[in-house]
Design a protein around this ligand. Structure first.
Ligand code: NDP
Length: 396
């Protein structure tokens, strides 16, 4: 009997043990809910979400910093997470935090301030501290979380320097806790499918990568334009996506970088950080990645990766929703484009669930601190190349 026939014969909801948590003492720790199938056999199989862990057994997250990303993306993502639940909030604005706690069913006792952060140690429901603060505060809060023996998920960019990134890795290792950097695009289905197809040789030998990630910044007083809190301008914030995608999709590390930076003198937004940056990464295989990023153009985000047999494009490439993948290659005497329909999934739920699995199954995360450190080393080389107007060779 096929899965579809089984579900049809049973009718509506039935629970079956999930594959996840096979080593758990209770085989019913994870449950999958099946929905009845209503479409005919010519239609795609309908999949119910799951398996899900019961709330009390989920990995508990403390969200630190209730700004745009936490409120717009991270907290709503728990609704579709399989293994995680929000159990605590840390904020400098208690009134806001209490309102948000109420919305997500978090008890007022689970609301903390930055000065009472260490009290998270006494909250047994908190397994993970998710640092969603301005970049310049990541190192401090990751180190504080490690000291109270909580696992840490830290937003990108990991820090404001490779030196800070190294300290963060050391602190987590010394405390015996896991550290993951939230590179959501590495968990996003289109980016993952593209990486897999490149590894399978779908494009032939890959020689070219072109990518841009840019947006228009407004308020000159925001932390993103403050060097101490941001660590740089568009490069560490949005240009990082192009850099990380070039490494992730090629599976290679660059050996040399060159770069140009633009910081206008007469724009109050860019007194401390760059407005635009263009950089080129040379890889040992001969792949050349040309990337550009700006805080002073209309939102634009795409990538194209070119092999000797075909090319692939993601446009948008780094969006929260609606990333689109297409391939182009010669078939017969026709240049033919194909666009696989890859089901959309919530990237934040996917990355939080991945970290939960790592904790439950005692595995190392796919994007550990070392992944963030590598990007900081390369970004420092990009700044050095731009300021010296000379290419910089990277150590292997
Ligand atoms: P916001 O400015 O919207 O929020 C940051 C929050 O941090 C504030 O609301 C505040 O929360 C807290 N905070 C504490 N100290 C300060 C301070 N000195 N200045 C400003 N805020 C402070 O930023 P985002 O949410 O957009 O970004 C947060 C992090 O997430 C950054 O590292 C960013 O790079 C990353 N990010 C990642 C994205 C992704 O797709 N992965 C997308 C967007 C951002 P409170 O009032 O609760 O104290």
């Amino acid at each position: 009997m096929t899965r579809r026939e089984f579900v049809r014969s049973v009718g509506v909801a039935s629970a079956v043990p999930g594959a996840f948590m096979q080593n758990d003492q209770s085989p019913n720790a994870a449950n999958e809910v099946q929905l009845s199938q209503i479409h005919g056999p010519s239609e795609q199989d309908e999949k119910a979400p799951g398996p899900f862990l019961p709330t009390k057994r989920r990995i508990g997250y403390a969200i630190v910093g209730l700004g745009r990303l936490s409120l717009d993306q991270i907290l709503p993502a728990f609704a579709v997470s399989q293994y995680c639940t929000p159990v605590a909030l840390v904020s400098g604005d208690r009134t806001k935090a209490l309102k948000i706690a109420d919305q997500y069913g978090i008890d007022a006792a689970g609301v903390y301030g930055y000065d009472s952060f260490e009290r998270l140690a006494e909250n047994p429901r908190v397994d993970v501290v998710y640092v969603v603060l301005p970049n310049g505060l990541h190192a401090e809060y990751v180190t504080r979380a490690a000291k109270i023996k909580k696992h840490v998920l830290c937003e990108k960019p990991m820090a404001v320097s490779s030196q800070e990134a190294r300290t963060m890795i050391r602190s987590c290792k010394a405390a015996g806790v896991k550290l993951m950097i939230a590179y959501r695009q590495q968990y996003e289905p289109n980016n993952k499918a593209l990486r897999q197809s490149i590894a399978n040789g779908a494009l032939g030998k890959v020689h070219g990568f072109v990518s841009s990630n840019s947006q228009q910044q407004g308020d000159p007083t925001q932390w993103r334009l403050n060097l101490k809190l941001a660590g740089g301008g568009c490069l560490p914030d949005v240009g990082l996506y192009c850099l990380n995608a070039a490494r992730f999709l090629s599976g290679e590390e660059p050996s040399e970088v060159s770069a140009t930076i633009w910081q206008p003198r007469d724009d109050p937004r860019f007194t401390q950080v760059e407005a635009s940056c263009s950089f080129t990464l040379k890889f040992p295989s001969g792949l050349i990645a040309s990337c550009s990023t700006s805080y002073d153009v209309h939102k634009s985000q795409f990538l194209r990766i070119e092999g000797d047999q075909a090319w692939a494009e993601l446009s948008p490439a780094f969006a929260y929703h609606g990333n689109k993948l297409r391939y182009s290659k010669l078939q017969g005497d026709m240049e033919t484009e194909t666009a696989p329909q890859i089901g959309e999934k919530n990237q934040f739920a996917l990355e939080m669930d991945h970290f939960a699995e790592c904790i439950l199954e005692k595995k190392e995360p796919h994007t550990p601190g070392e992944e963030g450190l590598r990007d900081h080393v390369i970004m420092e080389a990009i700044y050095q190349a731009a300021h010296s107007r000379k290419s910089v060779v990277l150590e292997a």
